[in-house]
Design a protein around this ligand. Structure first.
Ligand code: NAP
Length: 306
């Protein structure tokens, strides 16, 4: 299958490219500021700005893919606040246009969304639960979900994902990479004991996206996550343990202690029964997610000097 992959150099996109290559698909990756590594699994690379809708139109029609996987986004909530127009173009206008094009080409379309469409008041959300985002990022992703399902009702799956683990191409994007960056700057990181998340390894999510791409059922909204719900504090503690790092690098904190903390979602966890046991991919315990993690290259000098 010829797959057009946006966000090919991101945390999720790069993991998907590896899985798709392994499965024997031909992947054309859209790249922007970050260039793919020399050993990239991409078969073809197109360089362009996905906020340019004319370029998107011409590129998609020219390539005529059988499937489109949209892993491009402004995926940092803080950047959505500081650059709302770019974020709107990437997080809403782009998926809307890709859905329209997928419908036109009769191509399978997988659009990635987030647990942050929920406010985290209740947890264990299923796809039929009413979303209520607590951030601009969450609102934009929700708007994209509705547009995608409406524009490509027969071809699109919107896959909501949780907090992602993994080794990102730049080494600065994922959960453990952000912790390592802070530690290497000499910071002790305060982690909430009362903020619960259900992390998932990007490579595992990529297996799910691959299966969804290869199948024509599972159209519409779906949830995927890891097998365990853990507090931010517990996540940090297990990362320390895995890398044999000293306890003092993290400190427990409570969301209740600050205004910023109280605004954070308390419990963003998913009910994944709409996909679990219907796919070959299995939700992973956190221990298994830690296994493939590497020390981010930028922080190796700090790590080895400890
Ligand atoms: N990371 C998470 O924890 C998480 C959790 C739940 C859901 N998700 C969702 O999963 C998807 C992928 O997230 P991610 O974490 O893999 O994102 P990421 O690592 O931040 O990657 C985003 C990708 O989008 C590309 N991009 C951004 N602006 C672009 C532009 N104007 N033109 C072309 N490409 C552009 C980036 O390329 P350049 O860097 O070269 O600009 C990068 O390849 C998103 O939809 C996100 O909402 C992520």
């Amino acid at each position: 299958m010829h797959i057009l992959l946006t966000g090919a150099t991101g945390l999720m996109g790069s993991a998907f490219a590896r899985v798709a290559k392994r499965r024997g698909h031909r992947v054309t990756g859209v790249v922007h500021r970050t260039q793919p590594p020399a050993d990239s699994p991409l078969d073809q690379v197109v360089n362009g700005d996905l906020t340019d809708d004319t370029w998107v139109l011409e590129t998609v029609l020219d390539l005529f893919p059988e499937a489109i996987v949209n892993a491009a986004a402004v995926s940092e909530p803080a950047r959505c606040e500081s650059e709302p127009e770019t974020a709107q173009a990437m997080n809403v206008a782009l998926p809307t246009q890709l859905a329209q094009l997928a419908h036109h080409l009769s191509a399978r379309f997988i659009h990635l969304s987030t647990d942050m469409v929920f406010d985290g008041e209740r947890g264990d959300y299923s796809p039929v639960d009413a979303p209520s985002p607590a951030s601009l990022y969450g609102w934009q992703k929700l708007e994209s979900e509705k547009a995608v399902v409406q524009r490509a009702p027969d071809f699109a799956t919107v896959l909501r994902l949780p907090l992602l683990n993994g080794n990102s191409p730049g080494g600065r994007r994922s959960l453990h990479e952000k912790l390592f960056a802070a530690w290497s700057r000499g910071e002790t990181v305060r982690l909430y004991e009362d903020e619960i998340r259900q992390p998932c390894l990007a490579d595992n999510a990529a297996e799910v996206i691959m299966e969804l791409c290869e199948r024509n059922d599972f159209i519409g909204l779906r949830h995927w996550a890891g097998a365990e719900a853990l507090s931010r504090w517990e996540i940090g503690r297990r990362i320390l343990e895995h890398f044999n790092l000293p306890d003092h690098l993290i400190k427990p904190a409570s969301r209740r202690d600050s205004e910023a903390g109280r605004r954070r979602p308390a419990r963003l966890t998913f009910d994944v029964t709409s996909l679990r046991s219907k796919l070959k991919a299995r939700a992973q315990p956190f221990e298994d997610q830690l296994e493939p993690l590497i020390i981010p290259p930028d922080t190796r000098a700090w790590y080895h000097a400890l």
